[in-house]
Structure formats: C-alpha cells, structure tokens
Design a protein around this ligand. Sequence first.
Ligand SMILES: [Zn+2]
Ligand SMILES: [Zn+2]
Length: 422
Amino acid sequence: MDVTTTDGAPLPLDDAARAVAKALFLRPEPLCPECRGRVLGRLGHGFTNPERARLAAQALGLEPPLPLDPPDRCEVCAGAFSRIPKWVERCLNSAEGWEWSSFRCGSRFDPERLAREEALWVDVGSAWGESLRAAFNRELGKAISAATGKRGDVDPPDLVFLADVPVGLASITVSPIFFYGRYRKLDRTLPQTRWPCRSCRGKGCSRCGGTGKMYAESVEEVVGGPLLALSGGSSHAFHGMGREDIDARMLGRGRPFVLEVSRPKRRGLPMEEALRAISEKGVGRVEVQDLRPCEGSEVERVKAARPEKTYRVVIAPAFPEAKLNEVRTVVENHPLEQRTPTRVAHRRADLRRLRTVKSVRFVASDAESSTLEVRAEAGTYIKEFVEGDGGRTQPNLAALLGTPLKVRALDVLEVHDGPEVA
Ligand SMILES: [Zn+2]
Ligand SMILES: [Zn+2]
C-alpha cells in the first residue's frame, strides 16, 4: 500500500528517526495508529499521525503494513481518537441553546496515560513526540469545524469546549460579551456601580430593605439590566473610565465605560433595541450614547486611561471675578499637593499626591454663589482644591481668596479622553 501526502513529500526519515521508528514498532504494548504515529508527530509537515505510522512502517520494509492495533486497546488514548465523532456530538449537545460562532477545544485525560506517553518517548528516544492532549484538541477542533462551519482559531473564542475523556462528558465555558459606550448621569443620587449594603454586604437586611444595596439603582444597573435581559446572561460588570461622586452629575459627551455580560445566551444583540430599553429605564437620570459591541481588551484601555476632566463647580459664598483673576496664576499649571481627603480617609491610605489644575475659569455669580469651570488632571480632588480640606490640599482657593468656601454642586462637564468634536 502506498501512502502519499498532498504534496507527495516523503517522511524525512534520517538514521536517527529510523532508529526511533524501529524501536517504536518493536514495542510490545498495543498502540493505535494515531498514538503510534504521534511519537513522530513533529517529524515532517503535511502528514496525519496515522500516515506517519504507515510511512515509517513502509520505510522500514514492514510490508504489507503491520496490523496496527485496534484503537480501543491503545495503551495511551484507549480509543479516544476513534471516538472523536462521539465527542463532536457531546460537545454540540453541551452548546445547545447558546449562540456561538467560534470556539476552542480543551481536554482532560487520565494523568497516568499522559505519563505513559512521555515514558514511551523517552524509551524509544523520540525528540518528535506530540502530546496526546494537543493532538486530541486539534483533531476534535477540526471535526467540530467540519460539522458546523464554525471557526476554531479565534482568540478569544465564544465558547471553550472541555472534553473530560475519562468521565465521558463534554462541558462548555462561555466567554463574556462587552459593550462600549458613554454615559451621562443627570441624577445626583445615583452611584455609578451597584453598591452592596454595608450592613449585610448584599444579602439583604432591614437597613437596606432586603435589597442588599445602599442605593436603589445605579448607572450600571440602568445600562446592564436591558443588556442582560436581551442577552440572557447571568450577571454584568461595569468598567468606567474613572467615576464621579454620587452627588455629581456627569454631563457633556458623557463618560466612557465598558459593560461586561457573563454567560450570554445570545451574543449579537440588536443595538437599537438595547439603546431604546436603556433610555426608557434611565429616563431623566441616565443617557447612553455611542453604544457598540467591543472586544474585552477595551476594559483594560478604559480603566488605564487618565484623561483630564473639566468640572463645573458652584461655590458659596459668591466672590467677584476680579478676585479670582488675582489668584489664578498661583494655581494654574502649578503643582497641587493633596493629602487623601478627610471624607475618604476611612477607606483609603493617607497619601500625599501631586496633581495639576490646568485652568480655572470664572463663569457667573449670583447673590449666593459663584460658578467656575475647572480643568484638571485625572485624580484631582476638586472639592478639596476649592475648600482646602483643613489645609490638606495646598494651595487651595479658600486660602487664596481668604475666605471659607463651600462647594454647593459639582458636575463633570467633559472627560477629555480623545479628539473632541467642536
Ligand atoms: Zn491511541
Ligand atoms: Zn443590607
């Protein structure tokens, strides 16, 4: 029998490989064609492992080809390769009801069999062995692709199949889906993310009225609720490009975020329908724009960004514009030294950090208050910059203007995270 590959190349059997092949065919234990060929699995290109076994036998003059052992008796795989069609069926059954277009395969084998294979490589002196698991995962992947037309080489995949070979069960791990967008927050009582109750830590108690939450709702829930419902997912997580205080509004073009949905049943969601549901749920409180599906890598980008922000600050009592103009040069583009604010000191280390206020602009005054626009580096504590926090922020406007100041209202007007449209 003549075995040729697609390009007709012979198996590159030099003296060393020939010696390995010889030792391999003298082995007493039963080995299936796949497992025997795989001992030379990294020798030459374009061959299947059973082809390698047959070509090696041919080259050694062992013709007609040896009666290769029946797969079920194979000492290494116990017939796993011959049952790949069965594994395809098991995998596809485990993915029933899930939307997916790409996948990867993993498998678990009896560690004793994996050790037996490595011992075999050592015994016959092969430097070309390919592992049982790598080969099985690849062959299973090829068979699933052939059966479904779905792609097995996408990273990250929608699904990962795990074939538990000794147990005979297939299971799936479902990858999350991600959505990028920008939110505007118009409500001064809404936190960005779900905030577990401090007393019960989310279990539900009398203090939180059984909700397990400090606040009835959050931007995360307004955005995540509809996406979770449409996708049939199990939970959501919110990754914002920083966050504003609960009592600050988020205006302008909004703040970038990535919403992650775990274990979604459906992946390709209708974005218009999602936006409509979010705007109904968030009416008067949360608005979302630029919503689109995105890669998981966007989470890292959004979280690592350190954009400058522009704030609108309403300060009492009122002061004249001329007075502000006298002190602007002392704060603009000079180092601002801030100790961890008193209001968060109970949950953060007391650190001293340097930030920069880029500009301070007088907007308007009325009888009670003055309004400024402050543009500052990421992480600047704006309330403390205005009020001074008992001298823990230096310099501060209260000290410079020579009068105690109180921030009445704070809004984020812009997150400067990229090119801005005029
Ligand atoms: Zn085998
Ligand atoms: Zn509670």
